[in-house]
Every structure is written in C-alpha cells, then in structure tokens.
Design a protein around this ligand. Structure first.
Ligand SMILES: [Zn+2]
Length: 201
C-alpha cells in the first residue's frame, strides 16, 4: 500500500474513533504509526519524516488543513467539516482581569419610563421589535459617571432607540423639548442644557 493511502486510512480511523475531524500529529504517532508502517511495509527507520512529507502533500492537495503549526490538522477529505468540531479546537481570545466600578442605577425608574412610552424613542418614535416584545434604551441627559455626575432621576432620563442613544452619547444630537415626538414626563431644562452645552460641545 502506498504511504498516501495508508495515511488517509489512518486519518479516517482516527476521525471515527474520536468523533472529530480534527486530528493531531501526536495521535497519529501514538495510535496509527504501527499500522501505517505495517500497511506500507516500510523499513520503519524514519517514518516520522515520511509522515510529515505525506501530510504536507495532502495539505497541498487540499485534503488537509493545518490548523496551527504544532501538528493539528483538519480533515477536509471527509466532506464538510462539522462547524462544532472546528470551533471546539480553537482557543478563546485571551482575557485580562479588570476591576470596574459600576454605578448603582434605579432600574425601576427606567423600567417605568420604558413602559410609559411603550418602548418608543422619544426623538423619533421608533421601537425595536424583538421576538418576544420591544426594545428601547434609557439615556441620562447629564451622564451618571465622572466627570458629569448626573442624577439618576426621571427628570434626567430620556427614552430612545439605539441609534439616537449613540448620537446622544457622542454629543452628535442636540435636544429641544419642543421637537421631541413624545414627551409625557417632566424633563429638567437644566439637564437638557447640560447635554446641549457640555456633552455636545
Ligand atoms: Zn430614535
């Protein structure tokens, strides 16, 4: 039997045995090298090197992909790889530890306001439809965090769609109480002024 055929058969056995289209060089050596040597009736002096050459040939022919440079191979000749198999063998991105200071918000105020506006944007009236309801966001005119230190009260909160929320956060949209499409709760003019003069400046 040729080396190529023997290696392909070995890879197929490995994939079945481990229920995965991802195989490693280590597993080939541990579980299949003896069989490959037997199948090819090679003298077995440098089978590792021959194996490397065959694996590279298979890659060049599009039957294998090298998933890293440490001997992890994806088998392409078995048909479409299972996306779950592939995903399982990739490492997640590295993480850095972090400490955050989260502002304690009164979620009831926001929930009540969202209901009051039926999840519609006070600026444009749009509401985002989800599979089991609607979605909108609450924006604090004078932001809660440093350096603004705005209060978490209804007079400082406007209900908006995600697009207008981004524009407000980045100071790209000045507000005029008379131009809001919906205004059913009292907004404090000083917070509007703060948004227009400080956030939008
Ligand atoms: Zn909007």
């Amino acid at each position: 039997m040729t080396w190529k055929k023997a290696v392909l058969q070995a890879l197929t056995r490995l994939a079945k045995r481990h229920s995965s289209r991802i195989v490693t060089r280590q597993k080939i050596l541990e579980e299949e090298l003896d069989q490959i040597i037997s199948d090819t009736q090679t003298d077995g002096r440098t089978p590792g090197q021959t194996l490397n050459r065959i694996l590279q040939d298979l890659r060049d022919e599009g039957m294998l992909s090298f998933l890293d440079n440490k001997g992890t191979y994806g088998l392409l000749f078995l048909g479409n790889p299972d996306p779950v198999d592939i995903a399982r063998d990739y490492n997640p991105p590295p993480r850095d530890p972090a400490t955050i200071h989260r502002i304690r918000r009164d979620t009831r105020i926001v929930a009540q306001l969202k209901q009051q506006y039926e999840y519609r944007c006070q600026v444009c009236g749009h509401r985002v439809e989800l599979k089991d309801g609607y979605y909108c966001e609450a924006h604090h005119l004078r932001p809660l965090g440093q350096p603004h230190n705005g209060p978490d009260v209804p007079e400082n909160i406007i209900i908006v769609c995600p697009n207008h929320h981004v524009q407000l956060d980045y100071g790209a949209l000045k507000l005029n109480l008379n131009e809001l499409l919906y205004l059913e709760h009292a907004l404090n003019q000083s917070f509007i002024d703060y948004h227009n003069n400080e956030v939008c400046s």
